[in-house]
Write a new protein. Structure first.
Length: 203
């Protein structure tokens, strides 16, 4: 079993999502002795955003007359896609930033979304090619949104991740949620405890 462990928060030891992804990965390793873990820290080594030089290589498949930077972009993109496709289980730490995901995580998604590798277009519409794996999304939020009237309008974090992973063909998506972590020490502790209980339940 191979576990791909992705963190995207830049907060280091202050990050709730990092705390919970670490505990989730530990629980998965305990349940599956001998599992291999590949760690990808998107804050420590963030992929570049897709500018004019990178875009033809990353999204449009340009392979000839590449500059040194474009060659590096191609190599990184291939590595990120191969890591994702090699994993039986993926753990994604995804804090909510301004109702969406961190920019580092979005840059990773932009590279993993590769036609012919994680999805393809057909006459009947797009087809995901990356099914057969379980993805755990560790979702942390400063406020509380789940089940409120604000959720539908303002959740471009969990809803986006479910949509893009579904587009890749992933059907086994498990969300571990910690809400209200910015509402004081007690609320933060309660959110972490609830998420840890959910980890124990689902693993």
């Amino acid at each position: 079993m191979t576990i791909l462990h992705i963190d995207s928060s830049p907060l280091g030891t202050a990050s709730v999502s990092r705390l919970l992804t670490e505990r989730l990965v530990h629980a998965l390793q305990t349940a599956q002795p001998g599992a291999t873990v590949i760690q990808r820290d998107l804050a420590a080594a963030p992929p570049d955003h897709l500018g004019a030089e990178a875009l033809p290589v990353v999204k449009f498949g340009q392979t000839e007359d590449l500059t040194p930077r474009q060659q590096a972009e191609r190599a990184l993109t291939d590595q990120l896609v191969e890591e994702f496709l090699a994993a039986d289980t993926v753990v994604i730490g995804a804090p909510m930033y301004n109702f969406s995901v961190p920019t580092q995580l979005k840059a990773w998604i932009d590279r993993v979304a590769q036609p012919g590798r994680t999805f393809r277009y057909t006459e009947a519409g797009p087809v995901g090619l990356a099914g057969g794996r379980t993805v755990y999304v560790v979702s942390t939020r400063g406020g509380r949104y789940a089940g409120t009237p604000f959720e539908t309008a303002m959740d471009h974090q969990e809803a986006y991740l479910r949509a893009v992973l579904g587009f890749f063909g992933v059907t086994e998506i498990v969300v571990i949620r910690a809400e209200g972590v910015a509402l004081g020490a007690d609320a933060r502790a309660e959110a972490i405890a609830a998420a840890e209980a959910e980890i124990a339940r689902v693993v």
